[in-house]
Design a protein around this ligand. Structure first.
Ligand code: ADP
Ligand code: ZN
Length: 606
């Protein structure tokens, strides 16, 4: 396997569990492989397919995904084909004769097609190595993306007796895993579950103050890089993408209210890197394999942590650092709640529970990686992840949280636990708000107790106390009450954590190793020049840029600066075919650039 992944894909080693997953395929044992997005699932079946007799079948749910994978394989010199409804009759018969001629190693198919009678007959005359099922959670009702056509795959075992089935998914939950095994009728499958942590993603959550300013603040750090910005509503998508264009950003909108043609055009522009930014509703993302998305911004809170993990997870699939930042406000909670109004009681209850969990995540001040992992039932070993706003110490804490919390809690009690967060904050900061005066609350002993702080700061602390369980917020009207844990704070037995309101900036803390290393020794301007060359080649060949080379390969070129074909082969992601195809153009650029900038060539070549 090691030789194969070097020769075709230009990789030097395995990602976690890849080797184990490949062993299952090679030995013919059914398997369920659960790895996060970017975990390298495709290689688990593609590499063994090259080593085994016969042809491998891969079932995949979307034409766009299949096309991407087959293009990528062909760039690596692996002979793969896809058979789907977009092929013309002529193309189809060509593909069939290539399969009969024995030159094909991997066939991508939709679930509908593999179960068609005549197709099964055709495949029965073709020696098969194994069947791989990508996005296998689509077979389960429990998953987030059930597809009825996947249910038919339950008959694969009867139709292809003796052929091993291997299933791959990024969905972590145990019921889904069990369901996959049951639905597919797997025989004593090996189950491999990787860690769901994505150490290269930097997670941040901030209260939303000004959508456009906060978004632009993030974009400034990512000039010219690809990113996705999610909004809840179509209107917000249109407004924001127009505002960004006006400021000179290459951004386009994407939502279900646009025509299919417009949507496709914007998506293609994003993939071919004609534009940098896609502003979208959740309608965008499924089937997008773009590996070098460098940031995902949520301009509002998604409706669950599952959604957040999925949407933010579209960043950094290539394993290089990427930023995931979420701008939330209490109002988002209300929007989602009103959208759930028409649901039946059970789904509505679950929906609101999930909203509560993600709101806690937003306002919480424990490590974001830990929080996300805990939600999916895993834990993080490292004390400090080095890749979230909490661990990077970007959130500075108040020195006297106990006193502040006690002032807030006693105000709630003076208010007889009958008011919400906004109102309470007004009383504490000594507001002359009409309602406050009408209620004569300026007479309370707690009135103006925190008047040296802004309304927003106090409002924020109230949320933080809610998320830490020291204040309870009523479901219906958001009335705040003090539970037993709040009384422990009142007595001084427990001390909550409260954030310093964002004013003074502190020096940046240590960034995680995984993130620092990926830029180590890389000449950034050379990297930019290489990106430009990649863009030209991709557009000439009508291929997504990241299929020509991933960002990891370009960085490695800008680091090693090889001057010969042999040196070029040592760059990560450069296999035999890519070396033959591209060495000349890239080597020339590297050499010209290095000579004119006085940079040394052939560094760190092993
Ligand atoms: P998944 O399908 O699990 O989301 P992919 O198969 O798309 O993940 O792989 C994610 C990224 O990791 C891709 O950019 C791929 O080129 C890279 N990759 C996969 N296996 C390896 C490896 N063994 N060494 C280096 N990079 C790898
Ligand atoms: Zn952390």
């Amino acid at each position: 396997m090691k030789e194969i992944i070097k020769k075709y894909w230009g990789f030097d080693g395995f990602l976690p569990l890849q080797k184990e997953a490949m062993d299952c395929v090679l030995s013919g044992r059914d398997s369920i492989v659960v790895l996060p997005t970017g975990g390298g699932k495709s290689l688990c079946f593609q590499a063994p397919a090259m080593a085994m007799e016969g042809v491998a079948i891969v079932v995949s749910p979307l034409i766009s995904l299949m096309k991407d994978q087959v293009d990528a394989l062909s760039e690596c010199g692996v002979s793969g084909v896809r058979i789907d409804s977009s092929l013309t009759g002529k193309e189809k018969s060509e593909v069939f004769s290539r399969i009969r001629g024995g030159e094909v190693k991997i066939i991508y198919l939709s679930p509908e097609r593999i179960m068609m009678g005549e197709f099964i007959e055709f495949l029965k005359d073709t020696p098969l190595s194994f069947i791989a099922i990508d996005e296998a959670h689509c077979i389960s009702h429990w998953g987030h993306d059930f597809r009825p056509e996947y249910r038919q795959l339950g008959r694969l075992k009867q139709s292809f007796p003796g052929i091993a089935l291997h299933s791959y998914t990024a969905t972590a939950t145990d019921p889904v895993r069990k369901d996959i095994a049951r639905q597919l009728g797997l025989t004593d499958p090996e189950v491999l579950v990787g860690s769901f942590d994505r150490p290269n993603l930097i997670y941040r959550a901030r209260r939303r103050t000004s959508r456009i300013n906060q978004v632009c603040g993030v974009l400034e750090k990512h000039q010219g890089e690809s990113g996705i910005i999610y909004c809840i509503r179509r209107r917000d998508v249109d407004d924001l993408s127009a505002a960004l264009r006006q400021r000179g950003y290459k951004a386009s909108p994407y939502h279900a209210g646009m025509t299919a043609g417009d949507r496709k055009e914007n998506q293609d522009d994003f993939i071919s890197e004609k534009i940098d930014i896609i502003v979208a509703t959740v309608a965008f993302g499924m089937g997008i394999d773009k590996s070098n998305v460098r940031y995902v911004i949520h301009t509002a809170m998604p409706k669950s942590l599952e959604h957040y993990q999925q949407e933010s997870g579209r960043a950094g699939r290539d394993g290089l650092e990427a930023e995931c930042i979420l701008f939330y406000s209490g109002g988002d909670f209300a929007i989602w709640k009103s959208l759930m109004r028409d649901l039946d009681p059970d789904p509505a209850r679950i929906g609101i529970e999930k909203l509560g969990r993600i709101y806690e995540y937003c306002t919480g001040i424990t490590c974001r990686h830990k929080e996300l992992l805990a939600y999916f039932g895993q834990s993080l070993e490292a004390e400090n992840c080095g890749a979230c706003d909490v661990c990077l110490d970007e959130l500075t804490l108040m020195d006297d949280p106990l006193v502040i919390a006690q002032k807030i809690l006693s105000c709630l009690i003076r208010l007889r636990q009958r008011f919400g967060g906004d109102y309470t904050a007004k009383v504490l900061t000594g507001s002359r708000d009409k309602r406050v005066l009408e209620n004569s609350h300026q007479e309370l002993s707690t009135y103006g107790l925190l008047s040296e702080f802004s309304l927003q700061a106090v409002r924020g602390w109230i949320e933080q106390l809610i998320s830490q369980g020291y204040i309870r917020k009523g479901e219906e009207y958001g009335v705040l009450t003090v539970p037993e844990s709040g009384w422990r704070v009142m007595r001084g037995d427990e001390t909550p954590r409260l954030l310093r309101p964002p004013e003074k900036k502190k020096a940046r803390a240590a960034v995680s190793r995984a993130i620092k290393d990926s830029w180590e020794g890389v000449d950034r301007d050379l990297f930019e020049a290489l990106r430009e060359l990649r863009r030209e080649i991709a557009s000439k060949k009508h291929l997504p840029a990241y299929i020509v080379f991933g960002d990891a390969s370009l960085r490695d070129m800008a680091r090693k600066r090889p001057s010969t074909g042999t040196g070029f082969l040592l760059v990560t992601g450069v296999g035999d075919k890519k070396c033959r195809q591209y060495a000349e153009e890239f080597l020339e650029l590297i050499k010209d650039y290095s000579v004119s900038h006085g940079l040394e060539l052939d560094l760190n070549l092993k």
